[in-house]
Design a binder for this molecule. Structure first.
Ligand code: NAD
Length: 428
């Protein structure tokens, strides 16, 4: 099949993470005039594994958990990507997220390929000990797929620093030693080989890219009105950081509901309420907002930092923000994206906007490999520098070619993966 075929072929499962990732790659393949063989090589993952684990929890009962691990492409380096732990995550989601990681690592310039893992279980239903049991069972089951030269996990939705510590412990003690031989997992607690600033890196990176966009538009963040979907690691940190720079968080949403305050929410107070109450309910600093109206919030900047496929053909036309910074992976469907592009909304695409996390994971990887210790100042300086550098590269291409930022980012990222593929030569 030649280019013509690619032009005709539209993906069918589009309102899904994998559908979005596939369609974004297909459009890139058309722009870059990729032959069909190369498109197929890039669209299908190198390895896609499904494993079941059956740990016994603290109530004495055995549970059945489906888990997934996908290594999408390792032309540039070993596969890198987080572990998603939710009740709904599927093998297809993990495949789409692994594909996104390939482009993200390539674009941000770290020597990794794309990977991702999934554990199909809702952590909100588990106590700490049971979550640790499941994480350890997954690690044992996936052990042969995890390693500094194979796949290096990190946190994603539903997993955190503590879980990464358990993974490292599980692997090191399976060898009977206190440390691992090299970096097997990033996003760990600092005391067991983690790096300072990793937890904040993705959220801070989101804000650096917003700042870079505002600088180009000669706008000031001071007083800007921001709506944030997702109050977890990425959304919570991004909200705190942007508020610190003088912006007002006028609306926030999480899985339990949404809340608004045109005068600005007290983000610290909201995060501590969420920690204690586990829900938006009862927070006094704002008024409840129906979740279906969240994207219509009157604001300047929208940060989707939760699940995928949130901005769709149904709501993209109602968004009032003029800048969208994609903290989440694949938050915008291709149809939603088309509408945003037509309306001239400036979108900082996920593979650029939330790449701060994987960049600092790379610093953690090198730190552990070389038994070094980096300071927070050094980590932050390198993160800001890299985010600005890659933002400029994408922005300049987007202006020069008169294409949206997402297209420019994808073109650069896919080209680099192709360059690595060609530099390696064709395997038999
Ligand atoms: P998290 O588990 O810490 O937080 C997720 C947040 O989203 C929670 O507040 C949750 O209540 C909310 N949420 C979940 N589903 C929702 C829905 N349907 N509607 C509204 N809110 C919902 O997860 P995180 O690590 O902050 O990840 C958030 C997003 O950012 C994901 O798409 C993830 O893939 C992406 N991401 C994370 C990192 C990282 O370093 N953690 C890096 C890059 C990208």
């Amino acid at each position: 099949m030649k280019q013509k075929g690619l032009n005709r072929m539209k993906t069918t499962v589009r309102a899904s993470i994998l559908g979005t990732a596939t369609e974004n790659l297909r459009q890139t393949a058309v722009r870059l005039k990729l032959p069909d063989g190369l498109f197929r090589k890039l669209v299908d993952p190198q390895e896609r594994v499904e494993m079941t684990v059956n740990p016994i929890l603290s109530n004495g009962k055995m549970i059945h958990v489906r888990t997934f691990l996908v290594r999408h492409n390792d032309a540039i380096g070993p596969s890198k990507g987080g572990i998603r732990m939710t009740g709904q995550v599927t093998l297809d989601d993990v495949t789409g997220l692994a594909m996104e990681m390939t482009w993200k690592c390539s674009l941000i310039g770290v020597p990794f390929g794309g990977g991702k893992a999934g554990i199909q279980c809702d952590p909100a239903t588990l106590n700490e000990a049971d979550k640790e049991t499941i994480i350890r069972s997954f690690t044992r089951g996936a052990r042969r797929h995890i390693g500094p030269e194979i796949y290096i996990p990190a946190p994603d939705m539903g997993t955190n620093q503590l879980d990464m510590g358990h993974i490292r412990d599980c692997i090191s003690y399976s060898e009977g030693i206190s440390i691992t031989k090299g970096c097997f997992v990033t996003g760990k607690p600092v005391i067991v080989g983690g790096i300072v600033g990793r937890t904040e890196a993705t959220g801070k990176g989101v804000v650096y890219s917003i700042k870079a966009a505002y600088d180009r538009q000669v706008k000031r963040l001071d007083g800007a009105r921001v709506a944030v979907q997702g109050m977890g690691n990425v959304g919570g940190i991004a909200a705190l950081e942007i508020a610190r720079l003088g912006a007002r968080i006028v609306a926030a949403e999480d899985i339990s509901g949404a809340i608004a305050n045109p005068a600005g929410l007290d983000v610290k107070a909201l995060l501590s309420h969420l920690k204690k109450a586990g829900s938006m309910k009862g927070f006094k600093g704002g008024k409840p907002l129906p979740v279906e109206r969240f994207f219509e919030t009157d604001c300047d900047i929208l940060i989707p930092a939760a699940a995928g496929s949130q901005i769709t053909a149904e709501n993209a036309g109602k968004i009032r923000a003029t800048l969208i910074a994609e903290g989440a992976n694949a938050p915008t469907t291709p149809e939603g994206d088309e509408i945003l592009n037509r309306r001239g909304v400036f979108v900082v695409p996920d593979i650029l906007c939330n790449a701060g996390g994987v960049f600092v994971s790379y610093l953690e990887y090198t730190q552990e490999t070389q038994r070094e210790q980096m300071t927070l100042q050094e980590v932050d300086r390198r993160l800001e520098e890299r985010m600005n550098e890659r933002f400029t590269e994408v922005f300049d291409r987007s202006r020069a070619k008169r294409i949206p930022m997402r297209f420019a980012a994808m073109d650069i990222a896919v080209r680099k993966v192709l360059e690595a593929t060609q530099a390696r030569g064709l395997l038999p």
